[in-house]
Every structure is written in C-alpha cells, then in structure tokens.
Design a protein around this ligand. Structure first.
Ligand code: PXL
Length: 280
C-alpha cells in the first residue's frame, strides 16, 4: 500500500525550498504527497522578498479533509511563521495521533530573511519538540534555539542536549554550514577538514551517530534542509528505523546537490533584448 506523507510548510513558488521540495522528495521515495501551506513566500533563486502568512484556521481547514481521507504515515513541518499556526499544528498532531513527525525548525532563509519571529520560535520549541520523532536544525538554527555559539563538536553535543531538554527526543544537527562559518576553520579529531566532508550529527537519546558525505562546494543548497527532513519523513513512513532513514536521506540530499539543475537564473542572467543568457 502506498504510504501517504503530509507536509505543513511554506510555499516557495520558485520551486527550490518548502512545500515544493517536500512534494518532490516524498514522490521520489514512492510516497503519496499531501500538503498544507502555512505561508506563501515571494522569492526566486536570489532571495526572499516577502511573505503572506496563512491563518491557523486556514491550516486546519487544509489539513482536516486530508486526515479524514487518508492514513498519514508521516508528518513533516517546515516554515511555520506564527504562534497561532504552530499551536494549530500541535493540536492537529495530537488530536490525530500523528506519528513519524519530523520538525524542521526553519528560522531564516540563506539569504537572511526571517521566516519566523522570536515568539513563534519559543512556541515551536515548547509545543512541537515534544511531539516530534526528530528535529533537524542546521548549525545557525541550533545556535539560535539552544542559545549558544557552536564552535566545535563539544558545542554541537551541548546544543543537542539543550534541545533534548526542551523535549526533542532525537536531534539531527546538520553540519553542512560548517565550511562557511566565519571563524575560518574547524578542528575535528585534531585535523582540519574545512571544505572536505559534510558531517551530520544524530543524537538518539544519549547515543551519537555521525553521518559523513563528501562536501560539495556549491551555492545550490537552497532547499536542501527541506529535502533532507522530507526524505527522513518519507523513509520513516516506509518503515525504516530512524538511523536508516537519516542515512538514506543524507545520501539522497548529497546526490541531489551533486546533480542540481544548472538553471539559467533570473533577469540578471538574461539580456532582455536578445533573450540570450550572459554570465553573472
Ligand atoms: O530553507 C528554508 C526554507 C523553508 N521553507 C521556505 C523557504 C525557505 C528558505 O528560503 O523559503 C518556504
């Protein structure tokens, strides 16, 4: 029987992140994708220009018929911009006993646009972390949520423990941002690995599992966080263990980065008269 996954997240109409990335990912794993929009953002590959958020009522009215019709085997959340929406998502998850709940605590776009305010982030931590199977912050998100600066692996562990003390059972901290941190380099196991490996740190209770992949130097990482979380959700829906699901998801994202489409980007990349592209 085909497994159904649900994403509640923001819409990136330009197709890179958010719900569109989630739907593509669920589908790639053979799951049936359902979705509810928490916010409509305005963006393209150069940045985010604004957003119009949905109401809690809109999110409930989108999700209710889906849950009445389907058995949802996994839930993934991404950009949930307001306290009201987050409280509604918590109610929906609890009322419907939704399992395999992957919370991607989306805070800010790579281009620096805030996708959630401070008040809502506190509610997300308080209400959704305890309901989640796993949370998937990247390094800047882990720093903001845990309230500490992360400069080495000891700090990563500290941040994970803090987030577990907030109610998250399992925490995946994505180290992909590591080579672009502004302190220049990073010491792991006493060797400098800047720009060589992308490491992700999965804390399952007290156990740490490290996943490594080749670090691919690219600017085409928009949407990789959404894709990873959606791939974990899809694989949990398919019955994989959490560790297996993260392993498969990490490989999927690495491959997605490696084979990312080379897009002719924006009016900046085009001569309006000739319609031909030029280097930017
Ligand atoms: O990658 C984080 C993210 C998630 N969801 C939406 C986004 C972004 C980043 O821009 O726009 C809708």
């Amino acid at each position: 029987m085909t497994k159904v996954c649900l994403t509640i997240a923001g819409l990136d109409p330009s197709g890179g992140a958010g719900i569109v990335a989630d739907i593509k990912t669920f589908t790639a794993f053979g799951c049936f994708a359902t979705s509810a929009i928490a916010s409509i953002t305005f963006q393209n590959t150069t940045g985010v220009f604004g957003a119009i958020h949905q109401t809690a009522e809109s999110v409930r009215q989108q999700v209710k018929p889906i849950l009445q019709d389907f058995t949802v085997s996994a839930l993934k959340t991404g950009m949930l911009p307001t306290r009201e929406i987050i409280e509604e998502v918590a109610r929906l998850a609890q009322e419907n006993d939704l399992r395999n709940f992957v919370v991607d605590p989306v805070v800010r776009s790579t281009s620096g646009y805030d996708l959630i305010d401070d008040d809502a982030l506190c509610v997300l931590i308080e209400k959704l972390f305890p309901l989640s199977e796993i949370i998937t912050p990247n390094l800047p998100e882990a720093e903001r949520i845990a309230g500490i600066k992360i400069e080495n692996e000891t700090d990563i562990e500290k941040a994970a423990k803090i987030m577990q003390s907030f109610g998250a059972k399992n925490v995946l901290i994505k180290g992909g941002h590591l080579p672009i941190l502004d302190f220049g380099f990073w010491i792991l196991d006493s060797k400098q690995i800047k720009g060589q490996i992308a490491r992700d740190y999965l804390f399952v209770g007290n156990d740490l599992h490290i996943f490594e992949a080749e670090f691919i130097e690219t600017s085409a990482t928009h949407g990789t966080g959404c894709t990873l979380a959606a791939a974990i959700a899809a694989n949990l829906a398919l019955g994989k263990s959490l560790i297996e699901a993260v392993e498969v998801a990490k490989k999927f994202v690495t491959q997605a980065i490696r084979t990312a489409p080379n897009l002719e980007r924006g009016s900046l990349g085009k001569s309006r008269k000739s319609g031909k592209s030029r280097e930017v």
